[in-house]
Design a protein around this ligand. Structure first.
Ligand code: AMP
Length: 246
């Protein structure tokens, strides 16, 4: 088993549409962390037609939660990949108490732990609007939104010029409502779970993306520096200082 004692581990908690994926990508770029999205891993498994993907497909389309066993196995395999030694930011996992307990055992066996579980606090009604309008470019994966972020030229991706866009099968108003119910029933109890472990940090995530990123950086930077140790942290401090002055 690898020694991950200098590996920082962050969790982004929050309902669908809270901005977990968007923020995880920014933190990944700025701090050299690896974004682990069980939603993405499951969508890849569905596309590849693996047994786990086939079992997960209909549950995902209905807006329910895939079984703990499948999700924990997928996460365990991905966490064992060498790139995760850079540090990880979990996006969409854990979503149930048994998943949080399994994660805790897994990280303990690696010699690390959850350093911060950051709860992105938002209002449900706004989430339905946010999610129902979102879509991505088929060419480069750039994210768009019918109301909040349209391409500069209608129908053409700003980044790569593609004219094809796609929408997630589960990003429609009915399914979003079911995903929000699953969040409140199964995932919201994780807020108390991480409050008890002392890892919880709560952020108001109704504001603009840039200010939320800034607040997240204030949490992620000192922990990353501390856990990774001096050598790497110097580089990160300089890099993020440069970014902040740009
Ligand atoms: P996401 O991309 O995180 O919104 O996840 C999309 C869908 O994948 C969810 O609505 C669930 O059906 C499934 N899923 C993703 N992560 C988990 C998880 N940790 N536990 C159970 N189901 C999950």
């Amino acid at each position: 088993m690898r020694d991950y004692s200098n590996v920082p581990v962050f969790i982004l908690l929050g309902p669908p549409g809270a901005g977990k994926g968007t923020q995880a990508k920014v933190l990944e770029d700025q701090f050299g962390l690896i974004q682990l999205s069980t939603g993405d891993l499951l969508r890849q498994a569905v596309a590849a037609g693996t047994p786990a993907g086939n079992a997960a497909k209909s549950v995902m389309e209905a807006g329910g939660l895939v079984s703990d066993e499948i999700v924990i196995n997928i996460l365990r395999d991905r966490l064992a990949d060498p790139d995760c030694a850079a540090g990880v930011i979990l996006d969409g996992f854990p979503r149930t108490i048994p998943q949080a307990e399994a994660l805790s055992d897994l990280l303990t066996s690696y010699g690390t732990q959850v350093h911060a579980a950051i709860s992105l606090e938002v209002e449900d009604d706004a989430m339905v609007e946010r999610i129902s309008g979102r879509h991505t470019c088929d060419g480069c994966g750039e994210g768009y939104h019918e109301t909040f972020k349209r391409p500069a030229v209608e129908g053409i991706c700003d980044k790569c010029g593609s004219t094809k866009f796609r929408r997630r099968a589960d990003d429609n108003a009915d399914t979003v409502r079911r995903r929000l119910v699953a969040y409140h029933d199964e995932t919201a109890p994780l807020i108390s779970f991480y409050k008890k472990t002392g890892a919880l940090q709560a952020l108001d995530a109704m504001g603009d993306i840039g200010s939320i990123t800034n607040e997240l950086r204030q949490i992620v930077r000192p922990i990353t520096i501390n856990v990774r140790g001096v050598q790497v942290s110097d580089k990160i401090t300089k890099t993020t200082q440069m970014e902040e002055t740009q």
